[in-house]
Design a protein around this ligand. Structure first.
Ligand SMILES: C[S@@+](CC[C@H](N)C(=O)[O-])C[C@H]1O[C@@H](n2cnc3c(N)ncnc32)[C@H](O)[C@@H]1O
Length: 209
């Protein structure tokens, strides 16, 4: 059986070599994120890929635990970290579905380009909610394909079967925001560049009713 890690392990070198698709949007997302970081922040990144974002935020926080399901992605991330002076980021292989950490241990959780790749978004959001401290923030960029590429839901299963695509779920921005609210988050910021697929969200952990 093909695992989710398998696709990403095979893609890791190419992913590492690809430039950021939209540098301006990426910089804007980094800047928005910084408003939620302090020198005391303990940060968890899920699906960190080759570690670019974690290494950029590292100088502004106490510690980042950056995790990814793919051993190859984490291997590249560790190599990148080794050639910097950064010492407050730990990279670990972990699947969000089985990730274990004490409750309420993080001030900020980041998950960029991850949620649409998961088997069960509701379980993932519930895990993140549990891991965040009260009032902590989830910062997340997610592909919401339904509005502009709804047809993708018919193509994705074949692409996955052939090993050409990862698992990809198709849902809308409205679905995404509703799922966040249902999981106990209050969306504080939501930004989508005109015509873009990715929706960038900052959501605060609220107490569940
Ligand atoms: C599109 S890449 C995004 C990487 C990085 N966050 C970025 O924005 O460049 C998606 C990443 O999510 C990871 N991933 C996929 N499924 C995962 C899971 N269940 N748990 C943890 N990471 C996962 C993949 O290995 C891959 O590195």
């Amino acid at each position: 059986m093909k695992t989710d890690a398998g696709f990403w392990n095979r893609s890791a070198r190419k992913y590492a070599a690809s430039p950021v698709a939209d540098e301006e949007s990426y910089e804007k997302k980094l800047a928005i994120t910084r408003d939620y970081l302090t020198p005391d922040s303990r940060v968890l990144e899920l699906g960190c890929g080759t570690g670019t974002t974690a290494l950029k935020h590292a100088p502004f926080v106490q510690h980042i635990l950056a995790t990814d399901i793919s051993e190859q992605m984490i291997e590249i991330a560790r190599q990148r970290a080794a050639v910097t002076e950064i010492e407050n980021v730990d990279f670990e292989v972990a699947d969000i579905d089985s990730f274990q950490a004490p409750m309420e241990s993080f001030d900020v959780v980041m998950a960029h380009s991850l949620l649409h790749l998961l088997k069960d978004r509701r379980v993932a959001l519930s895990t993140i909610h549990r891991l965040l401290k009260p009032g902590g923030h989830l910062v997340m960029s997610t592909a919401c394909l339904a509005e502009r590429m709804g047809w993708f839901r018919f193509v994705a299963p074949f692409g996955r079967l052939l090993g050409l695509l990862p698992r990809v779920a198709v849902f809308s921005e409205a679905d995404h925001l509703e799922e966040l609210e249902e999981a106990g988050f209050r969306v504080e910021q939501c930004w989508r560049k005109d015509g873009a697929i990715a929706v960038f969200v900052v959501a605060r952990k609220e107490d569940r009713a």
